[in-house]
Ligand binder design. Structure first.
Ligand code: T1G
Length: 646
């Protein structure tokens, strides 16, 4: 039964059971309305507890229903029925109460939660605003700033924070259901949230500051501004009017392009590992070795330590090892300061360092993150082949190189795989899992499992130069160079990309990441005779001058404590290269920039798909959104290009 009723004394326990996350589907909504009717007329019932079976309370409306014609009863009506009930309803929250799930709990007359529970209204992340009263009821329980950050920021809060804020009445110390029933027995009458006055704000300036900060960071995502407006209405307007306007905004946004794109990405991210190879039984992994303590190696070590693994960091000598260790400790310490690591000592206790590979004799998995040079990586793998257990998995964090060649160094190449992390590795959610030809299926499954354990989105990729993401990025970066020759300027291209929704443009991104990485890759390709024609030398000339970006104070832009400035020297080099290519000093219409960039991106993406490097267009969208700043509310290059084509 999706919704069932049982009795504990004079308390009815209404249980929702709709796996996997008890989404408030039509069946759940109908079942709840029946439960209200049944408990209202039952003389043996004084109060009701609303609980959920399985791993979580209601995690929201059923997003899969959003593209279907709406079917009654609608969630707002169910919540109004519960709120209007003559007998008190207590929500017993475990796991996550999100979106419509929290709105249901807000409609109840009291709330008790498990200590590990989390609560939020993340509708903005789906291009929406809460559509069942969250923008009106939440400000009647918590301070306005918190309501604003929860609704327009979309981030869930902990049970502890919810109790302190007044969102819930208690945290269960023992059995949640038992304590919910006990709480219900103490309530003599319903306390209707909607009848409460708004809590309001003790600091209006702070509210406005938070609101303008959220608007600024929205970068074109409409739902964030709409959510701020909805909260302001919830604070200002009479409850019924605010409810109606909130619902109207929700319905309007639900059929918007941005909401479609965000739903697409939501489900695409959850389907990246729906591959039979990833579903095999994974090998057990508790002990991980990391070779190289540079930015990537230290980030990978930190990410693994923060998710419970035992990590041994290897560096070639004591000096480099000390530097690597400091990087890891720095990341752990700052994460602990931000409350992300409840028990720092326990984490540090799982961290070992060495310069001798023999320390990896008992590792289950080793991730190599040394200098991006094939010869260097092959030497590392040859050493690992000699010291590690035959069932240990050996992974390379290369971002471009031939993983088949690296695997070929091993006695048993089937235990090699590519694990391409993105910087900073302890923050970026994307993990490209690169599959060499000989890889064993349970090695793929182990990598897939690891990505989940690390809280990452693992995407399977075949082997080619740059895999999915870097290959596509190389293509639109090359197009950006062609735009310079055709008359555009770096700041013009970057501004167009930011207006489109990217956090930064392709030239700003290169200055941040460093121009030397791509230079090394171009030199390698030149040596292999694989060069794009016409070959544009602007970036090479900047690198020959040591302009590697922020880290050298100059790249495409000049970087100083006065900020980031366009560079006349760069413009003069561009002008010279234009001349050498027979292009006078053209100007370039800004509105043509993005069609060129997106065109290059989708052309390369279609090639990546056609060659089977990516399993699906959706996977490409997930990579570009989570690894390359493609605006999430555009759904990714494939979704966006197909939306335009339709
Ligand atoms: N609707 C439909 N399916 C959902 C779903 C939802 N809301 N949430 C999760 N699933 C599916 C998901 O596709 C996957 O399916 C499985 O559940 C496990 O999910 C009126 C309008 C709850 C924290 O935004 O954040 O309410 O791939 O892999 O990592 O105002 O899912 O197995 O087939 O993510 O443990 C607001 C969305 C909706 C929460 C669990 N709610 N969900 O994370 O598992 S809008 C949300 C999540 C709304 C009202 C409005 C997470 C999770 P499959 P998973 P997880």
């Amino acid at each position: 039964m999706t919704v069932s009723i049982a009795k504990q004394g004079r308390v009815a326990v209404v249980t929702i059971d709709n796996p996997p996350v008890n989404a408030s589907s039509q069946a759940v909504r109908a079942g709840l309305l029946e439960a209200v009717a049944a408990t209202e007329v039952d003389p043996d019932v004084d109060a009701v507890v609303l609980a959920c079976a399985g791993r979580t309370f209601v995690a929201g409306a059923d997003v899969r229903e959003f593209d279907l014609p709406p079917v009654e009863p609608h969630l707002p009506d169910v919540i109004i029925a519960i709120e209007a009930a003559s007998k008190p309803w207590v929500a017993a929250i475990h796991g996550t109460a999100l979106g419509g799930g929290l709105e249901l709990a807000l409609g109840c007359h009291a709330r008790i939660a498990d200590a590990k529970a989390r609560m939020g209204l993340p509708e903005v992340t789906l291009g929406l605003v809460p559509g069942a009263g969250g923008t009106v009821r939440l400000p009647r329980l918590v301070e306005a700033e918190l309501a604003l950050t929860m609704i327009a920021g979309g981030k869930p809060i902990s049970a502890k924070a919810a109790l302190e804020a007044g969102l819930i009445d208690a945290i269960a110390t023992g059995d949640l259901l038992e304590e919910a029933v006990a709480l219900a027995n103490t309530l003599d009458a319903p306390r209707r949230t909607l009848e409460k006055a708004v809590v309001g704000t003790t600091n209006p300036d702070a509210f406005d500051k938070t609101a303008s900060g959220l608007r600024r960071k929205a970068r074109g995502q409409v739902s964030i501004g709409a959510a701020i407006d909805a909260v302001e209405r919830g604070l200002r307007l009479p409850a019924q009017k605010a409810l109606a306007e909130g619902r109207a905004t929700f319905l309007a946004l639900k059929s918007s392009d941005q909401a479609h794109a965000l739903r697409h990405i939501f489900f695409a991210e959850r389907a990246t590992l729906a591959d039979p190879r990833a579903k095999q039984t994974p090998r057990p992994v508790t002990r991980i070795g990391v070779i190289g303590g540079g930015t990537m190696g230290a980030g990978i070590a930190s990410a693994c330590l923060m998710r419970g693994f035992h990590v041994t960091l290897i560096e070639r000598d004591d000096t480099s090892l000390a530097a690597g260790t400091n990087r890891v400790r720095g990341t752990l310490d700052s994460s602990a300061e931000r409350g992300l690591l409840p028990d720092l000592n326990a984490v540090v206790a799982r961290f070992e360092t060495a310069t001798d590979y023999a320390a990896l004799a008992d590792a289950d998995l080793v991730i190599e993150a040394v200098f991006e040079d094939l010869e260097v990586k092959n030497q590392v793998f040859a050493q690992l082949d000699a010291v590690t257990r035959p069932d240990a998995i050996l992974a390379t964090n290369t971002s471009y190189l031939d993983v088949n060649a690296i695997a070929g160094v091993l006695t048993d190449p089937s235990r090699a795989i590519g694990l391409h992390f993105f910087s900073p590795a302890h923050i970026m959610k994307l993990l490209e899992i690169v599959l060499p030809d000989m890889v064993a299926e349970d090695v793929v499954a182990t990598a897939a499992n690891l990505s989940k354990s690390l809280g990452k989105i693992g995407v399977l990729s075949g082997v080619c130069d740059g895999f999915i993401g870097n290959r596509i990025m190389s293509a639109y970066r090359a197009e950006a160079d062609r735009l310079l020759i055709d008359g555009a300027t770096p700041e013009q291209v970057d501004a167009a990309m930011r207006d489109y929704g990217f956090p930064m443009g392709v030239f700003e991104m290169q200055d941040l990441a460093g121009l030397d990485i791509a230079w090394a890759m171009r030199k390698r390709r030149l040596a292999e005779g694989r060069i794009s024609d016409p070959y544009i030398r602007i970036a090479d000339r900047l690198c020959e001058m040591g302009r590697f970006g922020q880290k050298t104070g100059a790249g495409w832009y000049d970087h100083s404590d006065k900020g980031v400035q366009p560079s006349e020297l760069v413009m003069s080099i561009i002008a010279e290269e234009r001349q050498m290519m027979g292009k006078a000093d053209p100007s370039f219409p800004t509105e043509h920039v993005m069609p060129r960039i997106l065109g290059a991106m989708t052309r390369e993406a279609e090639a990546v798909l056609a060659e089977g490097i990516a399993r699906s267009a959706d996977d490409i969208d997930v990579v570009m959104v989570n690894g390359y700043g493609f605006p999430r509310w555009k759904g990714g290059p494939m979704f966006a290009s197909r939306a335009v084509a339709d």
